[in-house]
Design a protein. Structure first.
Length: 97
């Protein structure tokens, strides 16, 4: 996988989106390698942690991702509740209506 990522990764890459755990195979991707490769070319990383967070301990700080998406519905049982997490360095202003 690292070879494929290195081949696809270049300075034009702005965002790398990956899942943490495959919902089909259950395989865990080496996220630290992915974030390292992406950050080497200046790209941001968004991790889909919908399959991993409810079933395993996920150290968000250690993943070194810029953005993380996780389902709060699977963690606390409330319907239609999801979370989008960003690093503090990426301030996303609230929308005002």
């Amino acid at each position: 996988m690292r070879m494929e990522l290195n081949e696809a990764n270049n300075r034009k890459t702005k965002l790398v989106v990956v899942h943490h755990v495959s919902n089909v195979l259950g395989s865990v991707l080496p996220i630290e390698d992915v974030t390292h490769c992406a950050h080497d070319v200046g790209a941001k990383v968004l991790i889909d942690a919908c399959q991993s967070v409810p079933h395993m301990v996920v150290d968000v700080q250690n993943l070194n991702a810029d953005f993380l998406v996780l389902p709060l519905t699977r963690c606390v049982g409330l319907r239609e509740l999801d979370s989008f997490t960003a690093r503090v360095t990426y301030y996303l202003p609230c929308l005002h209506f």
